[in-house]
Design a protein around this ligand. Structure first.
Ligand code: DOR
Ligand code: ZN
Ligand code: ZN
Length: 426
């Protein structure tokens, strides 16, 4: 089985090869990278006018299986990933039951085999049942295929448990991915504490709830020397703290999501529960700081926090609906529009934050285009304009605040190990 991708514009943040190149793939592996290759036996993809980057890597996805397959399952979630240009995704353990044992991880990996072909790496829970009291068996979870540990959705309030988890995670080389919000400071309403929460007369989630936890876990990372990755950073204060932590030599990394560099708390007024997410959408000042953090390298990764919910759940009122939004099928278009086309980041930097940097956080080899490595590739038209239409999503979740938004940059092919897992049809 051979595949020849012709005349694509290679964008590889880690590689030495760039510009117009041909890529020859044999048995799933890149064997040649050179202009104007020929191979009579190969299937040809015409990459003329397209960018070719390493397959996108999303370190933060909720696949909902087991337990919540009315929201998403591994087939639809991985199809959504392929549609969005992602070849590798890591899935969060807040399923039912929680992914806190090797058996659940095995189930997820088994289900992933019948998915779209996108690589699925499970994230194991830090604490049993995400209850925040007893650490899971990290070594056993790693053995079963976990690439990281997280209690995402439920912040770890107990600093002693967090400290113990850091020490244990280091022993088996698993990164800890932290959802940072002090639970005592956040009411259950997915809206920023500020102008809009006051206008609506509901309690909000203050920025300080996130910042205190970022500071605490940053200090624990400094103390222990063990890496910490902060999930979905949303506030100016978090960016400033992480910048300072990095300057102090802490082994910290972080991600943000498209919603945090595009939308503000005002979106709740127009979009209601579709704009409800934890941590919440913040202020203009926070968005500006997130953009600056992306620009100066404080923010390493762009993740989606793809969090599908059913139409019925999201039709509930703002105070009754669950938090979260889908993101796999809109992330690249939004990132290219808001970061590259608007002049915030070079194209290579946008791609780095969606490929090699998340791969590095997860300790994966993905996120590069190199001879001898698996041909995980995403081909996209950098300039094609399209309008986000949730009815076209492969995800079961249609819960996005980005419906009807015009974006520039469209996925054309998603390739995993030389196999086309998504092809855009006109
Ligand atoms: O908004 C959110 N939704 N934040 C989380 O941390 C969890 C996620 C979910 O699982 O729905
Ligand atoms: Zn979270
Ligand atoms: Zn999440």
């Amino acid at each position: 089985m051979k595949l020849l991708i012709r005349n694509g514009n290679l964008i590889d943040p880690t590689g030495e090869v760039s510009g117009i190149q041909d890529i020859l793939v044999e048995d799933g592996v890149i064997v040649k990278l050179f202009p104007q290759l020929e191979d009579p036996d190969a299937e040809i993809i015409d990459g003329e006018g397209l960018c070719v980057c390493p397959g996108l890597v999303d370190p933060h996805v909720h696949l909902r299986d087991p337990g919540f397959t009315d929201k998403e399952d591994i087939c639809t979630g991985t199809a959504a990933a392929a549609h969005g240009g992602f070849t590798t995704i890591a899935c969060m353990p807040n399923t039912k039951p929680v992914a806190d044992t090797p058996e659940i991880l095995q189930y997820i990996l088994e289900q992933a085999k019948c998915g779209s072909g996108v690589r699925v790496y499970p994230i194991g829970a830090v604490s049993v049942g995400e209850q925040g009291t007893v650490c899971t068996n990290f070594a056993a979870l790693k053995e079963a295929g976990a690439v990281a540990l997280s209690d995402d959705g439920v912040p770890i309030m107990n600093a002693a448990l967090m400290r113990e988890a850091l020490q244990k995670a280091n022993c088996c080389g698993l990164p800890l991915l932290c959802h940072e919000e002090d639970r005592e400071l956040v009411q259950n309403f997915g809206v920023n504490e500020g102008k809009i929460s006051r206008q609506l007369g509901i309690p909000g989630r203050p920025a300080i709830a996130e910042e205190l936890m970022v500071a605490r876990d940053g200090m624990l990372s400094l103390e222990t020397g063990v890496p910490v990755h902060f999930c979905h950073i949303s506030t100016a204060g978090s960016v400033a703290i992480i910048r300072a932590l990095k300057q102090a030599g802490a082994a910290v990394t972080c991600e943000t999501c498209p919603q945090y560099f595009t939308l503000t708390e005002e979106a709740v007024l127009e979009q209601g529960s579709l704009a409800r997410v934890n941590p919440p959408l913040r202020t203009k000042r926070d968005v500006a700081a997130i953009l600056e953090g992306l620009r100066d390298g404080t923010i390493d990764c762009i993740a989606t926090d793809h969090a599908p919910h059913t139409a019925e759940e999201k039709a509930r009122t703002l105070t009754e609906a669950p938090s979260g939004m889908v993101g796999l099928e809109t992330a690249l278009g939004i990132a290219l529009t808001e970061l590259y086309h608007s002049g915030v980041l070079e194209l290579t930097e946008v791609i780095r934050k969606m490929t090699s940097d998340p791969a590095r956080v997860l300790g994966l080899k993905s996120g590069q285009i190199a001879i001898g490595e698996a041909a995980d590739l995403t081909l996209f038209d950098l300039n094609e304009k399209w309008v986000i239409d949730p009815t076209k999503f492969c995800s079961k979740g249609r819960n996005t605040p980005f419906a009807d938004r015009s974006v520039r940059g469209k996925v054309k092919y998603t390739i995993v190990s030389g196999r086309i897992v998504y092809r855009c049809t006109p």
